[in-house]
Design a protein around this ligand. Structure first.
Ligand SMILES: [Zn+2]
Length: 471
């Protein structure tokens, strides 16, 4: 009960802050930069004063005059640093690593600490278990970052609805007066942060329906059909699979807006969503550490995702951590989360590769853009000195209409592939072997097996599609 009351208060705080965040999407480039610089100085100044870890790294930097360019003078932060130095990084005496672990072990449901912190845990794609905390104000900001593009889109469609037909003005859902019903396809339970972040009714009339992705797919399908959603938000692979079910005539819903997150949105899943519903898709790239890094604006001609440049600084760097030019290849992406004051992430190595998109988006926003995140390089398989990108598998498995889900297990000379569906497994194996040839595997040993279900990660509900041979 205590959680529910605090959660309601928290969502009110997020709704109150949303209009400010929507307005920022129309800020000029200069205004974004000015705001970001002051936010950076605030973060660095606070971190230097209250975090021994950051103080030691910032000895030669004056936070009061620091600029984004000065970040390059600080060493990158790795996932291992974060988990090893936890107690030296956290800026509040209210919690330490042991206390955070106690919260995770003792909470029966999501919870708040006495000072309003939330504790989350995530295995992430690297397999290193991480423990993270989000403070009260940080969550408010992250919720706004996750939802402001959708709210902006609803405003726009409500306005155009009014001008086109004033007697038939669109409601808060932007869906011709239907009250909004949001189906939330996320982990559904602790310790993963996805449900608190995405189970958010942005309008007063919005109802939400949480449908855990850990359930068997036929249950998910039924729950989504019963929810009659006007809006969908959830793991990219699950929304993609729902779209394929809709295209096959197994799901009849009429969403007006779709938001995907937590996993890369493949071109095949995006196409399936477009075919099924033909509505704006907001793809989100985030992490438990930073929260939300970039979100798609949903504009039909708006490629890629808009970086949350007012709240996140992304640096593309070489292997030594030095920034590279926008058109040069980068080894890593470092992120600084300006809203995370209680546990500051400064130049944190995200493990994702990004490509910046030039020019301004067709939607008119000055927020800079990155190309769609195609997946972590962690998903690549290494065979001796040869590297096979996950896309070599994805291209075959993600385009076969008879495959609704798959998982690739690397073997010494190829892969064992599990598929849900009824494809011609021999033909799929042949196509995969052919797809791997350009990467130096002339004769890969591929087996393809049809299974009824592929288990999702027990606590996060995520589907790990690529499982590399360890060692
Ligand atoms: Zn845009």
């Amino acid at each position: 009960m205590g959680y529910r009351r605090l959660r309601a208060a928290h969502l009110s705080a997020a709704r109150a802050a949303l209009e400010d965040h929507v307005a920022r999407l129309a800020w000029s480039h200069q205004r974004i930069e000015h705001y970001r610089t002051e936010r950076l100085r605030a973060l660095l100044g606070f971190a230097r004063e209250r975090s021994p870890f950051h103080a030691a790294r910032m000895a030669d930097l004056d936070p009061a005059t620091a600029t984004v360019d000065d970040l390059a003078r600080l060493p990158p932060m790795t996932k291992q640093d974060v988990q090893r130095e936890w107690d030296a990084i956290v800026t509040t005496p209210d919690i330490d690593r042991a206390g955070a672990e106690r919260v995770l072990a003792q909470q029966g449901w999501f919870s708040y600490t006495p000072t309003g912190l939330q504790v989350f845990s995530s295995g992430g794609s690297s397999g290193v278990r991480g423990v993270y905390i989000w403070d009260w104000e940080q969550f408010v900001t992250l919720a706004c970052l996750a939802w402001r593009w959708q709210v902006r889109g609803e405003h726009a469609s409500a306005d155009s609805g009014r001008s086109a037909d004033s007697a038939h003005s669109a409601g808060p859902a932007g869906s011709a007066g239907r009250p909004a019903r949001l189906a939330v396809l996320e982990a559904g339970e602790p310790p993963h942060a996805s449900t608190p972040l995405f189970d958010i009714a942005t309008g007063p009339l919005t109802q939400t329906f949480v449908i855990p992705t850990t359930a068997p797919f036929d249950q998910i399908l039924r729950a989504v059909a019963d929810a009659r959603p006007t809006h969908l938000v959830g793991y990219a692979s699950v929304i993609g699979r729902l779209a394929r079910a809709a295209n096959a005539g197994e799901l009849e819903i009429r969403p007006v807006r779709v938001s995907t997150n937590s996993e890369p949105l493949s071109a095949q899943d995006r196409d399936a969503i477009d075919t099924a519903w033909g509505v704006p898709v907001h793809n989100l790239w985030g992490s438990t550490e930073i929260g939300v890094q970039a979100v798609g604006c949903g504009h039909r001609d708006g490629d890629g995702l808009h970086i949350c440049a007012d709240e996140v600084i992304l640096e593309r760097v070489d292997a030594a951590g030095r920034p590279v030019a926008p058109d040069e290849p980068a080894a890593r992406t470092l992120a600084t989360g300006l809203a995370g004051r209680t546990f500051p992430f400064v130049r944190y190595d995200l493990g994702d590769e990004i490509t910046l998109l030039p020019g301004r988006c067709a939607c008119g926003s000055s927020m800079p853009r990155v190309a769609d995140i195609v997946g972590r390089c962690d998903d690549d398989f290494r065979y001796g000195r040869r590297t096979v990108p996950a896309s070599a598998f994805r291209h075959v498995l993600g385009t076969d209409p008879l495959i609704s889900e798959y998982q690739v297990h690397q073997t010494a000379g190829g892969a064992n592939v599990l598929v849900v569906g009824s494809p011609d497994t021999t033909a799929v194996a042949t196509a995969l072997a052919f797809s791997l040839r350009p990467y130096g595997l002339p004769d890969a040993d591929i087996s393809v097996t049809s299974v009824a279900q592929i288990p999702r990660h027990a606590s996060t509900g995520k589907l790990k599609r690529f499982i590399a041979l360890s060692g």
